[in-house]
Design a protein around this ligand. Structure first.
Ligand SMILES: [Cu+2]
Length: 151
C-alpha cells in the first residue's frame, strides 16, 4: 500500500506543477476602464485577479468615448472595456479567453456583448444564460471564438 500512496503523492505534485504553469502563462497585465458606479465591473476584475492577471484599474467618467477610442463596435458593447497588448476586451469575457486572445493576431479585440447572467462577474445565483465570445477581426467582421456554457 506504500506504492499506492506514493503514486497519489506524485499525482498531487504533478497537479501542483501544472497549476503553476497555467498561472505563469496568465501572469499578464491588463488595463480595465470602468465607470465608478459599476459593481459587476469590479467583480470581473476579481475574476481576472483570481486567474493570475495583474489589473490596472481606470475609473472613467465617459465610457462611451473610451469604447469609441479603443475601436469597440457599438454592437459589441457591454459595461467595462479592457486593453491588453493593444487589443480590447469588452464586457464579461472569461479569463481563459483573454489568454487565448494573446495568440490571435487576426483579431483587434473580443467581446461578450451585453451582460449575460452567469458570465464571470455576472453571477446571479445559479442562473446561467448562454452567451458567445465574439472576436472583431482586422477586416471589421465578427467571428464567434467561444460559446458558453461549453459543450
Ligand atoms: Cu457588467
Amino acid at each position: 500500500m506504500k506504492v499506492k500512496s506514493k503514486a497519489v503523492r506524485l499525482a498531487a505534485l504533478t497537479a501542483l506543477f501544472s497549476i503553476t504553469a497555467v498561472q505563469a502563462a496568465e501572469s499578464m497585465t491588463i488595463d480595465v476602464h470602468r465607470d465608478a458606479n459599476c459593481g459587476c465591473c469590479k467583480k470581473w476584475i476579481s475574476h481576472l485577479e483570481a486567474n493570475g492577471f495583474t489589473v490596472v484599474d481606470h475609473v472613467e467618467s465617459d465610457m462611451a468615448s473610451v469604447k469609441q477610442k479603443l475601436g469597440v463596435a457599438p454592437r459589441l458593447a457591454s459595461c467595462h472595456t479592457a486593453v491588453i497588448d493593444g487589443k480590447f476586451v469588452e464586457g464579461h469575457v472569461p479569463a481563459a479567453q483573454v489568454v487565448e486572445l494573446s495568440k490571435r493576431n487576426d483579431l483587434v479585440g473580443i467581446a461578450v456583448p451585453g451582460m449575460p447572467a452567469g458570465s464571470p462577474g455576472m453571477e446571479v445565483g445559479s442562473v446561467q444564460h448562454a452567451y458567445q465570445v465574439i472576436g472583431l477581426t482586422n477586416a471589421g467582421t465578427d467571428q464567434i471564438v467561444a460559446e458558453y456554457p461549453g459543450q
